[in-house]
Design a protein around this ligand. Structure first.
Ligand SMILES: Cc1ncc(C[n+]2csc(CCOP(=O)(O)OP(=O)(O)O)c2C)c(N)n1
Ligand SMILES: [Mg+2]
Length: 803
């Protein structure tokens, strides 16, 4: 039920004073940063000043009155200065960082969980993603509580401050649909309806589309259009005429008049509704300044209006607030369509400083220029509920991971089948570890082999839903029963939602104080579909396991639309994501075992001397798996082998001292690599076979070790440097994977060997596996031909002519 809390008049007065202060500090911060930049590299700060001002009132109301410690907020990227200014007033941000806004180690241009020091809840920057993150965080909170965790903490509201142009991002609508399916609650999206984007003024009447749209998805929509001055004026004789005029005024014209000021308002209003008796008198009673104040008094700049709207929201329903605002409100370029990158000139800033009563040299003083007593202001800030709850970053104990993940290895098996089997085994257990795993998939649960796990652990929904096929006794392989205890969250197809949900689940330890071990599955090529959301999740340091399968042209019959090429390069380059592509199921089990522990790490220990990787800092993990059945190796998993698999490579066949050529392979093309080595054994000496389980980790260790040596640690050696250390300089290397050849091409630079990288560079097509491997040049014959080219010698007898 609505709380109907109202804010006391004294507090309103303080809030109004602090709102002015916040706008001042934010504007000063940007002005200051601009001078800093201009003097160094001439770059101007863009996008912040006008965009921030638009949200000053709303954010003052939220942070200083409405929000509670358990609430979490995604702030529109360009409102970052307002956020930092508020944190400064609350004692959570330093003056030094504000002075260095946008500078080295200063407050960040866009709020950042990982780079800012003042408790950003959700990073923003790529518009649309922070908005969806709040929705999935609310679902995550429900998941955690439904499982009986974090019940000693009050439920938080997940709040997004959304730019109106931000709503053009499709991922927001994908999230909306998912929110409806999952029974979203405790979620607020506050739209800063300033009717301006970066370039210009937005289309007319968008608010009505938003209203219908949100209502269709089960949201409450609250329109905060008129401020209290306007509401009072509408009650005066002629007020209704004025309201109609405001309602019919096009966005562009309203913005232009806001910019032009009181005299322009008067002329326009008189021209259009002037000779209508009462309304003329309503206009005449006001000076130019008063008229401008009235016309600019949109709901989003009126503390009583926004406070009233926020305090009366119903937590059981998601709520969208459409708050009318003016971009650049309170600043000289308010409303101007070109104001996005607008900056106040030194003269304008000087006028603003005087109007704010700020003395030169006192620009950063917290209460400078405010007429209320310092004690009153400080004691108000000390009582602000939002900052009364101690540390905002929560923690959760590390979950014990079993020493090994058991799995029955069939003689011939794919890594995808292995993944399903490993999870199925985990699903049998009633351990704390197993209980904290949560899986999710965008409508590819069954085809990525999560089915057996889901059969054991059930699907999650806040309300139980039976599997009708089961209750009707119709045989089915899969048990599709939903309950609050289920451990699989089934998503619609949108991959953006998968990554945003993983981002939310993967931050549960710090947001909800309960750690989850999220695993998301999808087809490898569709990583590209959600790539920005994946990048966003990593940037926030969310922790999850991404299992991408099937992958590559190995998926022969499916054709080019389903065959991934570039994803191994994404795995190599994506920060915060350790990527693996195992060939065998015992490798996969070793990697997953390590990954569950890596996902939980949060230390700052120095890199390990064994691989030069910073494993103690932890991160997320990407497993690129395949549906290709591969003959498995019968072997005992020794601790040494396990470590090498995790470090990224091991000798499948160690080369002899006179090795002329070695083949380095990754993933499901292992049989081709093995076959090729066999074919050339008679004609090249000591051929080696290097199994690469993680090009990413090998590469990262290699660059880190080089940097360490450059800093003077002369003995630093990475794993790949050790492996290739004894390989003679004249030895050629053929690398091969079912993905872009550049993934492994760098291996030649490690110790100066000549490399011929094989892989897939062009869109695939349908065909049999043998046909496609031959066509794209990653079959055994192509490997042999490449070996002959990089390691000349007598002709390799088994080599056939290439197609
Ligand atoms: C994904 C993405 N595309 C483009 C941008 C560049 N950009 C930053 S703000 C903005 C427009 C913002 O308009 P709105 O959301 O209405 O906020 P306002 O500036 O009006 O406050 C754009 C296009 C971005 N940050 N992220
Ligand atoms: Mg806008």
């Amino acid at each position: 039920m609505p709380k109907n809390t109202t804010t006391k008049p004294d507090d309103l007065q303080v809030l109004a004073a602090l709102e002015r202060k916040i706008l001042w500090l934010a504007s000063w911060m940007i002005h200051n940063a601009n001078h800093l930049r201009e003097s160094s590299d001439g770059l101007k700060v863009g996008g912040h000043q006008a965009s921030s001002a638009s949200l000053a009132t709303i954010m003052t109301a939220l942070y200083l009155d409405v929000l509670r410690p358990q609430d979490r907020v995604a702030v529109k990227p360009h409102a970052s200065p307002i956020f930092h200014a508020i944190q400064y007033l609350l004692g959570k941000q330093t003056r030094e960082r504000l002075e260095a806004f946008r500078g080295y180690k200063g407050a960040q241009s866009y709020p950042s969980r990982t780079k800012d020091a003042d408790d950003v809840d959700f990073s923003t920057g790529s518009v649309g993603l922070g908005v969806a993150q709040t929705l999935f965080s609310s679902l995550t909170q429900d998941y955690v509580r439904a499982h009986g965790w974090s019940l000693d903490r009050p439920e938080g509201r997940m709040v997004a401050l959304v730019g109106d142009a931000e709503l053009d991002e499709g991922n927001i609508f994908e999230a909306l649909l998912e929110g409806w399916k999952q029974g979203l609650r405790n979620c607020w999206w506050i739209i800063d309806y300033n009717r301006q984007s970066l370039d210009a003024v937005v289309r007319e009447g968008l608010w009505a589309r938003y209203e219908q749209l949100f209502q269709n998805f089960g949201w409450n929509v609250v329109i905060v259009k008129y401020g209290s001055l306007q509401q009072a004026a509408f009650k005066e004789p002629g007020g209704e005429t004025l309201r109609r005029w405001i309602d019919n005024c096009p966005n562009q014209l309203y913005s232009a008049l806001v910019f032009a000021g009181g005299a322009a308002w008067r002329k326009r209003l008189n021209d259009e509704i002037g000779d209508q008796g009462d309304v003329s008198r309503l206009i005449e009673r006001r000076s130019d300044d008063q008229l401008a104040a009235l016309m600019n008094n949109l709901g989003g700049h009126d503390l009583p209006s926004v406070l009233d709207a926020f305090h009366n929201a119903d937590p059981e329903k998601p709520t969208c607030f459409i708050c009318y605002t003016v971009k650049g409100f309170g600043l000289p370029f308010a409303g101007h369509k070109d104001n996005h990158a607008g900056l106040m000139t030194p003269q304008q800033m000087e006028t603003f400083r005087q109007a704010m009563g700020v003395r030169p040299g006192h620009e950063w003083d917290k209460f400078e220029g405010l007429s209320l007593a310092t004690d009153q202001l400080q004691s108000f800030l000390d009582r602000v509920p939002f900052s009364s709850g101690g540390a905002r970053r929560l923690g959760a104990p590390t979950l014990d991971v079993p020493d090994s993940l058991p799995v029955t290895i069939q003689p011939v098996m794919s890594t995808q089948t292995g993944f399903g089997a490993i999870l199925n085994e985990i699903g049998r257990e009633d351990s704390n570890f197993a209980r904290h795993i949560v899986t999710t998939s965008p409508d590819v649960t069954v085809s990525t082999n999560l089915g057996p796990w889901v059969n054991r652990r059930g699907l999650f929904a806040r309300q139980a839903m039976a599997d009708t096929f089961k209750s009707e006794h119709i045989p089915s392989t899969f048990n599709w029963e939903f309950s609050p205890k289920g451990q699989h969250i089934e998503l619609g197809i949108a991959e953006m939602n998968l990554f945003t949900l993983l981002s939310a689940l993967g931050l549960s330890h710090t947001i909800n104080g309960e750690r989850l071990l999220p695993i998301g599955t999808l087809y490898d090529p569709f990583i590209a579909r959600g790539l920005d959301a994946l990048n966003y999740a990593c940037y926030q340091d969310a922790r999850f396991m991404l299992v991408a399968t099937p992958s590559g042209i190995t998926l022969a019959g499916e054709g080019g639309a389903h065959q991934s090429i570039a994803e191994p390069l994404i795995g190599l380059a994506q920060d915060g994501l350790a990527s693996f592509e195992p060939a065998y199921v015992d490798e996969l089990a070793a990697i997953m075992r390590w990954a569950f522990s890596y996902m939980q790490k949060d230390g700052d220990a120095a890199p390990s001397e064994q691989n030069w990787l910073r494993d103690e800092t932890g991160g997320s993990v990407y497993l690129r798996l395949s549906t290709r059945p591969v003959e498995q190796i019968q072997r005992t998993m020794t601790p040494e082998l396990r470590q090498q698999i995790v470090d990224g490579a091991y000798w499948h066949r160690k080369p002899g001292p006179n090795c002329q050529v070695l083949v380095a392979y990754t993933g499901a093309v292992a049989p081709e690599a093995i076959e090729a080595v066999g074919l050339m054994a008679e004609d090249r000496r000591d051929v080696g076979l290097l199994a690469i389980t993680s090009a990413d980790r090998l590469n990262a260790g290699w660059t880190a070790a080089q940097r360490a040596r450059e800093r003077g640690l002369v003995h630093a050696r990475s794993h790949i440097e050790r492996l290739l250390g004894d390989v003679p300089a004249h030895c050629g290397i053929v690398t091969v994977l079912d993905g872009h050849p550049a993934t492994l091409a760098w291996l030649g630079a490690v110790a100066g060997h000549r490399v011929r990288p094989l892989g897939v560079e062009h869109f695939g097509q349908t065909g049999s596996l043998a046909e496609l491997y031959r066509h794209y040049g990653i079959d055994a014959n192509a490997i042999v031909a490449a070996a002959q080219a990089v390691a000349p010698g007598r002709p390799i007898r088994h080599l056939k002519a290439l197609p």
